[in-house]
Design a protein around this ligand. Sequence first.
Ligand SMILES: Cc1cc2nc3c(=O)[nH]c(=O)nc-3n(C[C@H](O)[C@H](O)[C@H](O)COP(=O)(O)OP(=O)(O)OC[C@H]3O[C@@H](n4cnc5c(N)ncnc54)[C@H](O)[C@@H]3O)c2cc1C
Length: 563
Amino acid sequence: MLPEVFQQPPPVLGNQYLEDRVLRSYLNRVIPPDVLRSVEPSLEEMGDLAGGELYRLQLADHANEPVLTQWDAWGERADRIELTPLWRRAERVAAEHGVVAAAYEAAHGRFSRPYQFALAYLFHPSTDVYTCPLAMTDGAARTLLESRNAELIERAVGRLTTRDPARFWTSGQWMTESTGGSDVGLAQTVARNEGGAWRLYGRKWFTSAVTSQMALVLARPEGNPPGAQGLALFYVEPRDEAGGLRGIRVLRLKDKLGTRKVPTAELMLEGAPARPVQGASGGVKAIVPMLHLTRAWNSIAAAAVMRRGLALARDYARKRFAFGDVLAHKPLHVDTLAALQTEAEGVFHLSFYLAQLIGRAETEGLPECDADLLRLLTSVAKLVTAKQAVAAASETLEAFGGAGYVEDTGLPVLLRDAQVLPIWEGTTNVLSLDALRALEKGEAWKALEEKARGCIRSARDSRLGTAGRAAESALEHAHAWFEENRRAAPRLEAGARRFALTLGRTLELALLVEHAQWSLDHERDGRARAAALRFAQSGVDSIADVDLDDARALAAGEPLEQE
Ligand SMILES: Cc1cc2nc3c(=O)[nH]c(=O)nc-3n(C[C@H](O)[C@H](O)[C@H](O)COP(=O)(O)OP(=O)(O)OC[C@H]3O[C@@H](n4cnc5c(N)ncnc54)[C@H](O)[C@@H]3O)c2cc1C
């Protein structure tokens, strides 16, 4: 007789809304009860899809990728792109459940944004980054609305924000060229006015979700000066009624580490018809609403991926035996999962605080100091949460041992897809420098300090008070460092990342303290406090005085002469 072979039960997911203590507790605190009652059924439905149908489809779809057919059988240029079954289903679910639309219907005033982002947060981890086209769609709708270009608003915004899958459009953003994604001012794509009609010529190096029905594109009208100020923003519908590309060739789809369901193409624009969104210059300024929203979606995606990793790892820990007991009873494994939960809660609260600010800005308008804070936090939240998500995704895979490294468990994709979060929509360094600029003028410092201090002061629990003081002293340290170095350009730039990460983690801690006090008062639950205390212990201040000559020698691998 053969020996019995052990069969490991896989991790399973339940309803991703009902099982999410942090999301539900947050919504209870922030959203008025009548609004919550009206939106909760749709969140529950999305939670069911995310833990059920979509998750099953995601596992079954794991080996599929978009396919580009450049030529048909008879030698005709085709450039057809077939999406995978998961993405085709995701498009329909996203439209029907209003994952973009909910923000524009604005049925719940300033709470519409946190609600919409809650839908996106539930949707994201089961759809292999279908949130990439959704983020750009949201960004395109806002950009067109703010452009006041009545013709383009009339043509596209209704489609970008509809719940009808038959009418629903998504949008791309074509900015990056081989000359640079961070420094878009180097872009070489030219816009020519040919008898009153604009056409674009050049090569776009990264164009994600290239199957979208429209795109917002940066190009330089002929005769404009070099640099960012010479770029204009154009609206392009890449395909004609029959589905053929108009003055565009798909050179290839990128062979990427992750986001492999996202068709990211290199495109050659060979006279693509285009319409100016807001005149023949000022393109970088015109596309700012797109950048702000896609960065906010990035932060929400970071929170979502961390939550998914935990949901799977927690379930697995209850089922996986080692050394005589399940992992869930092993103190060191428990400690590892607790650290993941702590970081995830910090990321969650920062991302959703950003959503609240956006919701207020879009519906009521913000006082100037809060508008400055929103500008600062868009960069800070994106950069800090993305870094936390990558670290957490790596730890999540390790929590499964070898299974975490095996493709058809559906786990490696968590890490591969997390790794894009710090790169696209502005890298960590580029956004750190942007955070410095946001603090140089306006009242962002004042607003940040007021917000953080307000959160900290709300703590009546003595241990939360201690955690709050750690946040306060990190913020004071950051402010002193900024004042000391603001006129010392190389030193300021060199420390920008440590500085921005400190701001991000400090605000996460302050928000954790605020929520923990509320949770103690209203839910009699100590878990949020435990997260806040642990977050404070793990440290929020990474500012350091670094010798610039040492750094130069280390970076360049060159000798450092000693006296
Ligand atoms: C999967 C994927 C999909 C994408 N989809 C799109 C898309 O749809 N549309 C689009 O327009 N773009 C897209 N991009 C491009 C993306 O936005 C760029 O890759 C990104 O902005 C970085 O630009 P780059 O690749 O040219 O890197 P570079 O700008 O060359 O940066 C290289 C490194 O230098 C650092 N760096 C740059 N400037 C400074 C500085 N002043 N100080 C310190 N460090 C600095 C950066 O942080 C980075 O680490 C996509 C990228 C990926 C990976």
